[in-house]
Design a protein around this ligand. Sequence first.
Ligand SMILES: *Cc1c(COP(=O)(O)O)cnc(C)c1O
Length: 371
Amino acid sequence: MTIPVTSTAPAALEFAVTRNLAARGRGEREEILANPGFGNHFTDHMVDICWSAKGGWHRPRVSPYGPIQLEPSAAVLHYAQEVFEGLKAYRHEDGSIWTFRPEANAARMQRSAHRLALPELPVEYFLESLKQLIAVDGDWVPDAAETSLYLRPFMFAKEAFLGVRPANKVAYYVIASPAGAYFPGGVSPVSIWLSDHYSRAGKGGTGAAKTGGNYASSLLPQSEAYDHGCAQVLFLDSTEGKWLEELGGMNVVLVYKDGTLVTPQSESILEGITLNSVLQLARDRGHKVEERRVSIDEWRVGSESGDIVEVFACGTAAVITPIGELKAEGFTLGDITAPAGELTMSLRDELTGIQYGRRPDRHNWMTRLDG
Ligand SMILES: *Cc1c(COP(=O)(O)O)cnc(C)c1O
C-alpha cells in the first residue's frame, strides 16, 4: 500500500483571525485537560474555508468555536455528501507541538473528496489550516503521557438544494478536541464481535473513503457488538461474507509465529495511515509483511493451531489495540485473559515513541505545527 501525495502550489491563503473573547481561562482549560476523555470537549476556535463552483476556495477564517448556520435544505443533511479526517497534535518534551504524516491525511482527504464528488482541498491549505488552529489554540495540546489534541478536519455540502447532484457550495472546517490516554490503566486486549450479516461497505461503494455514511451503517452492528460484551465489530466482505475487511474505524493485522504480519487487502477498506506506518516499522525490523486477502477460516485455523500468535487493530485514536478475543455466532477464538502480544506492544511503543519525540524519526513522518 502506498500513500500518494499530490503536490500542487495554489496561491497562499490569508486567514482572517477573529479571537474568541469568551475563550476559557487557564484554570478552566487545565481542569478539562486533566481528564479530557475523547471527543467531549472542544477548543476555543475553529477554522473554515469556503468553496463554490464559481469562486473555488475562498474566505479562510479562524473564528470562535460555535454553532454553524445551515439551511434546513443543506444537501449534506439529506444526501450525506461529507468526508472527514482525524489526526493528532502531540506535545514533545521541550514544549513544541507536532503532528504525524499530515500530508498523508491531506492526500487521503482528497481521495475521499473525489469519491464523494466534493472539491479537493490543496495539501498546502490542509497543512496551513492545522497550523492556524494551533497558533490560537496551542495551549490546548496536553502534555501528560499518551495525551494529545485530536484534530478533526471535515468537509460537507452546504448548498441549499434538494436536487440530487454534487453541491456547488461546500464548507471545509477544522475543530480540535483534547484526548486523554486511550488506555488509562495500561494497554489491555479487547474482545471484538464478528458481524455475520451486516457489511460495512460493498464492491464499488465508498468503503475506501473516510465518509460519515460508512460510520452510520456501522452503528447498528456496533451496538450488537456491545450487546455481546465486545468493544468493536469486525466486518467481512459484502459478496462472499468470507474475507476480513476491518473494524468500524480501525484496520486489522494478524501476526504469524514466524513473525510475518498479514493484513487484509480489499478495495472497500479504508487505507489507514497508522497501519501503513506500523507495517513500515515491521519491515524495517526485517519482518515479512503480506497485504492480501485473508479469510475468516484462515484466522480460525491459525488461531486454533497456534500459528497465529497475535492479532491487533490500529488507527489514530488508539494507535494499536491488541485483540484478545474474537467472538462470533457459534465460536470464539483466542483468550481474553492472555497478556497483549510482544510484537504488538513493541510496535506500539516504537510508533508512539516517534510521535511523542522520544525516538528518532527515521522516515521524516513528523511535522511541526507551532512556531
Ligand atoms: C480512519 C479510519 C481508519 C484508521 O485510519 P488511520 O489513518 O490509521 O487513523 C481505519 N478504518 C476506518 C474505517 C477509518 O475511518
